[in-house]
Design a protein around this ligand. Structure first.
Ligand code: SF4
Length: 287
C-alpha cells in the first residue's frame, strides 16, 4: 500500500506558522496517524510578538480542537537568557513585539528583504536550538506547509535539502499531495472554526508579523489604513535604530519604500489602497 504523504517518520518537527495552510497540513498529519501524533513528532509555533491576536487564538484553537500539543517558542537574547529561547504559552506569549525588538537592538540592525535575520533567528535557529538542547536530537525532519502552487519555494527547499547544509531535512507533504490554495480554502469552509483574518483569494494578507516589510506595498498601506496604530511599533523600531546607529541617514526596514511613519501618514491622506492577494513571503522555518 502507498504511504500517505502525511505519514511522518520521526524524529520530526511539524512547523506550524499559525496560517491556514500549515493548520491544514497539521490536520492531515494527525488524521494520517489515526488521531494521535507519534511521540517523536513535535508541533512547534514560533512567536515573534508581532503576530496578530487572531493568529495566536487560532494556534490555541487548533491545539484544543484537534487534541494536539503545540510547543510555543520565543527567541531570547542569549546573554540574558542562556538557552536563547523560551517555551511560552497562549497566555504568556508576547503580544507587543518584545522578542522582535530585543533582537533588533541586540543586532543593532533592522532586518530587510536582503538580510531577513528575523526569520532566521526567531524561527529557524530557535527551532534548531530547541531540538538540539531540549529534545536532544542531532537530525530530524522539518515538516513544512508549502503547497504545490508555491513552486519556486518548493524548488528552493528541495535545493536546500540537496545541499545537506542543515541538521534537518525538509519534508513537504502538501506539495507532494498536490494541494493548492483552493484545496486549503475548501477545507476551511467546511470546518466549524477558522483563522479570524480575512481570506483574500486563498491568501491571508494580515498573516505573519502584522506589518512585515515583505508584504506588498498596497497590502501594507491597506492594513495601516484599517488600523493606523498598528504602524506605531514599526515606527518605533526605525526611530530606535536611528538613535542607536543611523543618526544621519535614518534606519529603515526598506530603502525602496517610505519609512513606516510616512506610510502611516500617507495611508490617512490618500484613497483606498485595497488589498492584494498577497501574503508577502511566507515566513517559515525554512527560509
Ligand atoms: S513575518 Fe516578516 S517581519 Fe516577521 S519574522 Fe517573518 S520576515 Fe520577519
Amino acid at each position: 500500500m502507498m504511504k500517505s504523504p502525511y505519514w511522518i517518520d520521526g524524529p520530526a518537527v511539524i512547523s506550524f506558522s499559525g496560517g491556514r495552510s500549515s493548520a491544514f497540513m497539521l490536520h492531515q498529519i494527525i488524521r494520517a496517524h489515526g488521531g494521535t501524533l507519534p511521540d517523536d513528532a513535535k508541533v512547534i509555533f514560533c512567536n515573534t510578538g508581532k503576530e496578530r491576536p487572531e493568529t495566536l487564538d487560532f494556534v490555541q484553537e487548533c491545539a484544543s480542537r484537534w487534541g494536539v500539543h503545540i510547543t510555543w517558542l520565543e527567541w531570547r537574547d542569549k546573554s540574558v537568557f542562556c538557552a536563547a529561547f523560551e517555551v511560552v504559552s497562549h497566555n504568556s506569549a508576547a503580544r507587543n513585539g518584545e522578542p522582535f525588538s530585543a533582537l533588533v537592538r541586540k543586532r543593532r540592525l533592522l532586518p530587510n528583504p536582503a538580510t531577513r535575520f528575523c526569520t532566521g533567528e526567531m524561527k529557524v535557529k530557535t527551532i534548531e536550538r530547541y531540538c538540539k538542547q531540549v529534545l536532544d536530537w542531532s537530525d530530524w525532519s522539518n515538516v513544512v506547509g508549502l503547497r504545490a502552487d508555491e513552486r519556486h519555494r518548493v524548488a528552493k527547499m528541495r535545493r536546500r535539502n540537496d545541499s545537506g547544509k542543515d541538521a534537518w531535512e525538509t519534508v513537504l507533504p502538501m506539495a507532494e499531495a498536490e494541494v493548492t490554495k483552493r484545496t486549503v480554502s475548501g477545507f476551511w469552509q467546511r470546518q466549524p472554526f477558522d483563522l479570524g483574518l480575512p481570506n483574500i483569494k486563498g491568501s491571508t494578507p494580515a498573516g505573519n508579523c502584522d506589518l512585515c516589510f515583505m508584504k506588498g506595498f498596497p497590502t501594507l498601506m491597506g492594513l495601516i489604513r484599517e488600523n493606523p496604530e498598528s504602524a506605531d511599533w514599526w515606527v518605533e523600531q526605525e526611530a530606535a535604530l536611528t538613535d542607536l546607529v543611523e543618526k544621519t541617514s535614518g534606519a529603515v526596514f526598506r530603502c525602496d519604500r517610505p519609512a513606516y511613519g510616512k506610510m502611516k501618514q500617507l495611508s490617512q491622506d490618500q484613497g483606498d489602497f485595497g488589498f492584494e492577494a498577497d501574503e508577502g513571503l511566507p515566513c517559515m522555518c525554512t527560509d
